[in-house]
Design a binder for this molecule. Structure first.
Ligand SMILES: [Ca+2]
Length: 111
C-alpha cells in the first residue's frame, strides 16, 4: 500500500558504457564514454574494468570517472570492458562495451 510516509522511491541506475569501438593497429588507444549512464537521482560513482581478457598489459587511466582512457592495446583481438555505476542509494548497474583491435593493414604487419 502506498503511503505518503513511505520513503520516496529511488530507482537503480542504468549503466551505459557507450557504443562498441573498433580500432586498427598501430592505433593502440581508445576513449570510452559512460556519460550516457542515467539515474532518477544521480550517480555517485563510476568504475571501469577490463573484463576480458584477464591478462595483458592494457592500461586504464581515470577509471573512476565517466570517461576512461584505455591505452596499450597492442595485441589484435577483442576486449570487453565493464562499466559499473552506483547511485546515492548504493544501487549498482553494469554495462559492457567491446573494443575490437584489428591487425594493421596488409604489408604493415609487425616484424
Ligand atoms: Ca537512483
Amino acid at each position: 500500500m502506498f503511503s505518503l510516509l513511505s520513503p520516496a522511491p529511488d530507482f537503480p541506475p542504468v549503466a551505459n558504457a557507450g557504443d562498441d569501438v573498433t580500432i586498427r593497429l598501430p592505433v593502440t588507444s581508445v576513449q570510452l564514454n559512460g556519460a550516457g549512464s542515467t539515474d532518477d537521482r544521480f550517480i555517485v560513482s563510476y568504475r571501469w574494468e577490463l573484463t576480458s581478457p584477464t591478462d595483458g598489459n592494457v592500461v586504464l587511466t581515470n577509471l573512476y570517472s565517466p570517461v576512461v582512457d584505455v591505452t596499450n592495446l597492442v595485441d589484435a583481438g577483442t576486449y570487453v570492458f565493464t562499466l559499473t555505476v552506483e547511485d546515492s542509494k548504493f544501487q549498482t548497474s553494469s554495462n559492457n562495451v567491446t573494443v575490437t583491435v584489428l591487425e594493421g593493414k596488409l604489408g604493415s604487419k609487425k616484424q
